[in-house]
Design a protein around this ligand. Structure first.
Ligand code: IMP
Length: 190
């Protein structure tokens, strides 16, 4: 069966339209994978996927990397079922791997206000890794309230609510192979 790539979808009673196509996503993911390959020559980085949203991006990204590498997951509370941030971050699953003296690449689906990423960076840096860099599929620069350095960004987007390719709306839509935006294009946060 072929991969499902419609132009519009319904999710939890709302209409979303195509925003970033499968081809565009795959091309950027491949470029970032090649860049990481070059930047980490001679090293063995550990990719840390932030659950749940990063799982598809992480899986695709790692398959474009040819240097030796490892992976682990870290889980934070999400938006819940809302389209705007609750402003609170809770750790739901800690790392299993030891990251002291390791080269860490944190892999996120989206950096919105930067609250989650600033929390993750604090947690990681306390474990004395050799280096920490951030890879994010999406970045909403307009929403940035927390100053976080993003090392690899696949797409910068306006402050709109999106889903697909790992990102959800009330837990649905993660399976979509493309990224969709809410059809009424209202700003998602203020
Ligand atoms: P931040 O802490 O405000 O940067 O938000 C980061 C987290 O919020 C992401 O890891 C997502 O889980 C969620 N999020 C932010 N914007 C969106 C969106 O447009 N769609 C779905 N989830 C989002």
């Amino acid at each position: 069966m072929s991969i499902y790539t419609p132009d519009t979808i319904q999710c939890n009673g709302e209409t979303f339209k195509l925003f970033i196509s499968r081809d565009q996503i795959q091309q950027r993911v491949a470029e970032i994978g090649r860049q990481i390959d070059e930047d980490y020559q001679g090293k063995k980085p550990i990719f840390i996927g932030v659950l749940n949203g990063s799982f598809i991006f992480l899986a695709d990204l790692m398959r474009h990397v040819s240097i030796p590498c490892e992976m682990d997951f870290f889980k934070l509370s999400s938006y819940g079922d809302e389209k705007v941030s609750s402003g609170k971050v809770t750790k739901l699953k800690d790392l299993d791997a030891q990251i002291e003296n390791r080269h860490v690449l944190i892999v996120e689906d989206i950096v919105d206000t930067g609250l989650s990423m600033s929390y993750i960076l604090r947690q990681m840096k306390a474990l004395n890794p050799a280096s920490v860099k951030v890879v994010t599929l999406l970045h909403k620069p307009g929403a940035g309230k927390y100053d976080v350095k993003l090392d690899y960004v696949a797409f910068e987007i306006p402050t709109l609510f999106v889903l697909g390719y790992g990102l959800d709306y009330a837990q649905e839509g993660r399976n979509l192979a493309q990224i969709y935006v809410l059809d009424d294009t209202r700003p998602a946060s203020n």
